[in-house]
Design a protein around this ligand. Structure first.
Ligand SMILES: Cc1cc2nc3c(=O)[nH]c(=O)nc-3n(C[C@H](O)[C@H](O)[C@H](O)COP(=O)(O)OP(=O)(O)OC[C@H]3O[C@@H](n4cnc5c(N)ncnc54)[C@H](O)[C@@H]3O)c2cc1C
Length: 489
């Protein structure tokens, strides 16, 4: 038995690790386009901020760690074609030499590629010119080279999604003057404006110049550096800096599977079932290149590292003959922006309405721990629930660093996974001690407010049964103004 995984990031490596874990006798080969298997691209912004150094620390596992699991790595090797009936992969090495690799079962984890949002001039500009994207270690080295060698004083970041915000912080820490251009009316458009506004204020406080309502149409090289042409508030505008970082989302990297005959679905990603089967014999796929099974929406496209790990694990197990299922995402995401943490899980009101629910949303500000104990800080929490069934549909939270906002969103994520009602979240036995919480945790203060204001508290007993859940349908996740964020959504 020879299992081959294409892709050396979250999905491909998770598949390979799972197969080797379950059966140490199985041959597993991972084919990777570059020489950086199992690097944490989620950590790249913290390399730029200087918090994570040297770059080698970004490796989840070293090359030696990976080989110690018994898998073989074919690095600097591009998979160029899949011969599905012949169960062979066509490969090209970095020296241009072609070869073939036979497999019994294949897992494709080729991920996503940075989007260029159709901006004129992007295809002609390179990192040498000062135009950067950020998705691989190669991108990271190119950007670091410019920062290190040319010491630019200014940067434009096109996009104010998760990665754009993380990089705004990193550039600011490095002393660059940052202008952040965002197409829509607010930064982090995956949150409701009431919470997006708090994130915007944090950027303002740290000197990031945020320009919203600004659609970038072209980027060109000029004597002053790079000039970005845009329509800003309906009026033509230009912005100039020595460096431009384009972070306007990702598109699934589906070429290989498309040519092999796979079907494309939501977001242009490859269709798979919950077992990660592509429909092509002996070919599984996982990660940012495939559609996402979502517990509230059915099938959507929501590329996330957390999801890629789980899907890869399922694919690796099933390639070995197992019967694992991806249980579905609820779209839980979190980002640190300077001293703020912004997070969400599930659906916002308009997304829930588009998916056929009857949602209502309430907002509270609740202290992270008892106010009499020093250092209490408010967390802004929005809870969305279904007015028909009382089912929890989603939550958004923004709090200062140290308020455990990330773990509090995880409480809601767990409740969503279990199909709890909003009322049932108030019943959960959550921990309490005054320095760390309250008898009613902030999570529950928010659900109680929902029940008081819109819920049918008292009517709702028992878990929401599967039959109460709306039929699964392909529904796009209303999220970023700019398409799928690098961090999903
Ligand atoms: C800066 C940044 C920060 C992020 N932060 C977070 C976060 O905090 N939380 C979170 O959940 N997600 C985060 N994400 C998203 C997360 O990194 C991705 O969802 C995840 O990496 C997807 O993993 P993947 O294996 O599907 O694909 P990718 O990471 O895109 O990797 C694809 C792999 O396939 C290889 N490959 C592609 N084509 C071929 C080919 N033809 N032959 C051989 N090899 C090939 C590539 O070299 C690469 O190894 C972040 C993304 C970025 C860019």
């Amino acid at each position: 038995m020879h299992i081959v995984a294409i892709g050396g990031s979250d999905a491909g490596i998770s598949a390979a690790l799972r197969a080797r874990e379950l059966d140490p006798s199985v041959d597993v080969t991972v084919v990777v386009a570059d020489e950086y298997p199992n690097y944490s691209i989620c950590g790249i912004p913290y390399f730029f901020s200087g918090e994570v150094q040297p770059w080698q620390s970004l490796a989840h596992r070293t090359h030696a760690d990976l080989e110690a699991t018994g898998m073989s790595l074919r690095l600097n090797t591009l998979a160029t074609d899949i011969d599905v009936p012949g169960k062979r992969l066509m490969l090209t090495g970095s020296d241009g030499a072609s070869s073939e690799l036979a497999y019994d079962e294949l897992v494709v984890g080729t991920g996503a590629l940075p989007s260029d949002a159709g901006i004129t001039g992007v295809g002609r500009l390179t990192p040498e010119d000062g135009l950067h994207v950020i998705h691989s270690m190669g991108d990271t080295f190119a950007l670091e080279r410019q920062l290190d060698e040319r010491r630019p004083a200014s940067a434009i970041i096109v996009g104010a999604g998760y990665v754009g915000l993380e990089m705004a912080e990193a550039f600011t820490v490095r002393g660059l003057a940052v202008t952040q251009l965002q197409r829509g009316p607010q930064v982090l458009s995956t949150l409701d404006p009431e919470l997006g506004g708090i994130v915007r204020a944090e950027l303002d406080d740290h000197g990031v110049r945020v320009v919203t309502h600004t659609t970038v149409t072209a980027i060109e090289k000029t004597a002053a550096g790079l000039t970005v042409t845009a329509t800003s508030d309906g009026v033509p505008a230009t912005f100039t800096a020595e460096l431009v970082l384009l972070v306007v989302g990702v598109r699934p990297n589906t070429d290989l599977l498309e040519r092999a005959g796979a079907t494309l679905g939501a977001g242009g990603a490859v269709v798979v079932d919950e077992a990660m089967r592509t429909g092509l014999p002996n070919v599984y796929a996982a990660g940012d290149g495939i559609v996402t099974h979502h517990r509230l929406l059915g099938v959507t496209y929501l590329p996330l590292g957390t999801t890629a790990h789980k899907q890869g694990r399922v694919a690796g197990e099933n390639a070995l003959g197992g019967d694992a299922r991806f249980a579905g995402s609820v779209g839980t995401q979190v980002v640190k922006v300077f001293d703020l943490v912004a997070s969400r899980t599930g659906l916002r009101e308009r997304e829930a309405a588009a998916a056929g629910f009857a949602p209502a949303t309430t907002q509270v500000s609740a202290d992270d721990h008892k106010r009499y104990y020093p250092g209490a800080q408010p967390i802004s929490i929005r809870v969305t629930g279904d007015t028909g069934t009382g089912r929890l549909l989603g939550a958004q939270l923004v709090g200062r660093l140290g308020t455990e906002t990330a773990k509090r969103v995880d409480t809601y994520a767990t409740a969503l996974f279990a199909g709890l009602t909003v009322e049932q979240v108030s019943d959960l036995d959550l921990s309490y001690t005054p320095p760390l919480g309250s008898p009613w945790d902030a999570v529950q203060v928010a659900t109680q407010a929902w029940s008081r204001q819109v819920g049918r508290a008292g009517d709702l007993v028992g878990l929401v049964r599967d039959t109460d859940v709306r039929p699964l349908q392909a529904a796009p996740l209303a999220g970023s103004e700019d398409g799928p964020e690098e961090k999903g959504g």
